[in-house]
Design a binder for this molecule. Sequence first.
Ligand SMILES: [Zn+2]
Length: 259
Amino acid sequence: MIFSWFRNRRRQKFLKIPMPETWLPVFQELNFFNSLNAADQADLIDITRILIEEKNWFPCLDLDLTDKIKIIIAAQAALLILRLDHDYYHRTSSIYVYPTDFYTPHPEDSEKQLHTLGLATSDGSVILSYTASHAGADNDRDGHNVVFHEFAHRLDMADNWVDGTPLLPDKETFNTWVRVMTEHYDQLKADFQSRRRTVLDPYGTQDPGEFFAVATEAFFEKPKQLHKKHTSLYRILQDFYRQDPANWHRPKNPTPPTR
Ligand SMILES: [Zn+2]
C-alpha cells in the first residue's frame, strides 16, 4: 500500500536521527533488555522509539510524564512485537499513565470501584499505573508484568474479539492454538480449584482473554518453569512470538529495584 510505504519511509528517516544520549542508560537498566543479543537490542530500541514518537501519550493526575517513563513502558510493549510481523500496535492510539494504581468503575456495580494496575480498552487505549509498570520491569522473574499483560490484550484485540486468540497465520495454526490454549486453561482452573501451586497467575482463570495475557507474562518472566509445566503452551507461544526466553542468557543477579 502506498500509504504504508510513505509511513515506513518516514520511520526510517526518523530512526536515522540519533536518539538522545540519556536514553540508552534507561534501556540498560531493564533486565530483559540485557538478556537480548545486540541485534535484538537494536531492533527493540527502534520499535520503542517509534512507539514513543507515534502514540499519543497522556499523563494522568499529577504525573510528570518524562522520556524515562515512556521508555520503560514502550520498551516492554516493544518486546512482545520484537519478532512479529507488526505495525507498531497501529490500532492502539493512546497511552495514559497514572503515577500509581488507580480506580475504575466496577462493571456490575456502579457503587463500587476496582483497584486497577492497567487496562486495555477496545477503543484503542492502554491505561497504566507507572509504579506497576516500573515494578514489572524491575522484577522480571515473578510472572507479573502489567505492560506485557495489557499489550497482550491489544494483540488479542487485533481481530476485534478479546477471546485469547490474536491474529494467526492460518486455519491449522488457529485450530492448534485453540486446542492447546483450552487444555492449559482447563488445567489452570482445575489446579486453582484444587489449591495446587501454579506457574500461571490464577487471574487467568477468569476467561480465555485473561488466560492469554497471563500466559504471555509467564512466557517472558518465568519461561523455564512454563516450559517445564506447560510445554505445549510454551511451544505455541514460542511459535507465535518467535522468541525463546527460556534460552535467554539472563544476568545471574538482576539489578535490584531502584524505586
Ligand atoms: Zn487483563
